[in-house]
Design a protein around this ligand. Sequence first.
Ligand code: URA
Length: 226
Amino acid sequence: MRLDRFISHHTRLGKKRSRALIENCEVRVNKHIVRDPLLRVDRFDTITCGSETLQEHQAHYLMMHKPAGILSATKDPEFKTAIDLIDTPYAHELHIAGRLDRASTGLLLLTNDGRWSKQLTEPEQNVAKVYEVGLRDPIEERYHEIFANGIYLAYEDHTTQPVTFTQLNERRVEVTLHEGRYHQIKRMFHAVGNQVTSLHRTRIGKIELGDLSTGAFQTIEADAIF
Ligand code: URA
């Protein structure tokens, strides 16, 4: 929303008087005096007019090491959710940016900033997600070509983007995805006749899970991921 509209809406002053306030250096956005009435502001900007705070709402960005058995959801009548593990006053505001299946473990991102989580899934951002995958049967050479050509997912009528993987041992691979279809890794290995026995996410964009212990969370910077 434009700053002059925001001021007008929150002070009930007309547009002309709102613009005058801005031009008289009475309005601060995130502590800085702003003189441009056309500046775009959003719900996470702190906006003051003289000594009065018109809006103060902080954006939160968190990473968590999701344990197995925890649901990637905000609320659930049956299972404990990732939000249930967060003991901050703003936990109820958060949502999950990129789910993991209940049995899967590893890096989970949470935020109250919907624009940020949407950005993570935009193809132009090309955010890589890295998984360590355990498999029931030994990896076969043919998987490389099949994954590179993409796998057709009938339900979505979508062929996956080329996927490469590095073999870690006979039944373990590291897979990097640049998209996030429902159960994508499980479905890809199912398509070649194998079965995923464990799935652990180690990285999203530039954020590494590192040695964050299971069930723990910490705050991150919004731009740390890109
Ligand atoms: N692919 C899956 O199959 N499951 C996940 O949790 C993530 C990617």
